[in-house]
Design a protein around this ligand. Structure first.
Ligand SMILES: Cc1cc2nc3c(=O)[nH]c(=O)nc-3n(C[C@H](O)[C@H](O)[C@H](O)COP(=O)(O)O)c2cc1C
Length: 333
């Protein structure tokens, strides 16, 4: 089943494998893409991945996780991003991009967040966002979506996971506000509404969430599903399920450790889900989709070390898929 196509809106993924967003910290300090990004994403597309979601790309310079994040805060970024989209498309994959603002986890002079509470002792105490700053960030997500469309991406993923700004609003651990944004669903809704003013309805809108924080008082699959349900009518097509990132805590990770979360969030929202976590074996990936734990399965670190795992595992999984023409002579006998 892993190698069967998956249809989402007008897009056909040739299989159920997703390359999840993974920061490469390889842009220049102005956020521009370069040859590394083209080789990196192009290689995974040649390797047969169905959907590639480009790493967290910053909607504002002060929303960067590092000074070398990719950026999408200016129209000048579009040309470089277009090249990434082209190499993904030319090699047969569907192209996605994750857009992000890091909030209190941004490594900048003056990080902003829902409340003046730092992520850990190694991070600065952020400034509590004013209403004006909230509106500015919402606008930055809208502008980023417009640019992502112009660059040609098929799928836009809103980063609402891992303790970055949107998640900071949703989690009671990081949102201590007393005003109308005390309910983090309001911020999320305004971001999605702004995006939908410009993101074409024919294209795919994904939302990445952390389904648990692994600590008392944090979000749970139930509360995060409530947040999803409060915006899904706006046009969310699929949920990308991850976990953690808002509190420093040791996570007991094992192969497929987030698949139950994906299933639960699917059950509570009715939306298709991407699931994964520490999947290093294609049989487990296949099992994840064939046992209906998730609709699509992401392979992060596995694709970093083995970009050709999809095409090279097909034979042992008993499926016959086209091998890249240029590499036919290297195909395992
Ligand atoms: C180097 C690296 C960078 C990452 N950057 C991002 C990111 O930009 N956005 C995101 O949502 N998750 C990010 N993640 C998390 C991955 O998308 C994925 O959820 C995680 O690695 C678990 O999957 P895996 O066990 O298959 O690697 C990153 C992970 C790695 C290893």
């Amino acid at each position: 089943m892993l190698y069967e196509p998956y249809q989402i809106k007008g897009f056909t993924l040739k299989n159920r494998v997703v390359m999840p967003p993974m920061c490469m910290y390889s842009a220049n300090t102005l956020g521009f893409a370069n040859d590394f990004h083209i080789v990196h994403y192009g290689t995974r597309a040649i390797g047969g991945v169905g959907l590639i979601i480009q790493e967290a790309t910053a909607t504002l310079p002060d929303g960067r996780i590092s000074i070398n994040d990719l950026g999408i805060w200016s129209d000048d970024h579009i040309a470089g991003l277009k090249k990434i989209v082209n190499v993904i498309h030319q090699n047969g994959a569907v192209a996605g991009i994750q857009i992000n603002h890091a909030g209190r986890k941004a490594k900048v002079d003056r990080p902003i967040a829902p409340s003046a509470k730092s992520y850990s002792d190694d991070y600065q105490v952020p400034a509590e966002m004013t209403i004006e700053e909230i509106k500015e960030v919402i606008l930055s997500f809208k502008e980023a979506a417009r640019r992502a469309d112009e660059a040609g991406y098929d799928l836009l993923e809103i980063h609402g996971a891992h303790g970055y700004l949107i998640f900071q609003f949703i989690s009671p651990i990081s949102n201590l506000r007393t005003d109308e944004y005390k309910d983090g669903k309001k911020f999320l809704r305004e971001v999605v509404e702004a995006i939908m003013e410009v993101w074409p309805k024919e294209k795919v809108l994904a939302l990445r969430v952390s389904g648990t924080e692994y600590v008392e008082g944090g979000v749970t699959p139930e509360t995060i599903s409530e947040a999803i349900n409060s915006v899904k009518d706006l046009g969310i097509d699929i949920i990308d399920v991850s976990s953690g990132g808002n509190v420093l805590v040791k996570i007991n990770a094992f192969p497929g450790y987030q698949l139950d979360l994906a299933k639960k969030i699917h059950d509570l929202t009715g939306l298709p889900v991407m699931g994964g976590g520490l999947i290093t074996d294609m049989r487990l990936a296949d099992h994840a989709v064939s046992s209906n734990r998730c609709d699509l399965v992401y392979l992060g670190r596995l694709l970093l070390r083995d970009p050709y795992v999809v095409i090279n595992s097909a034979a042992e999984m008993g499926v016959n898929i086209p091998y890249p023409n240029q590499y036919i002579r290297g195909k395992k006998a």
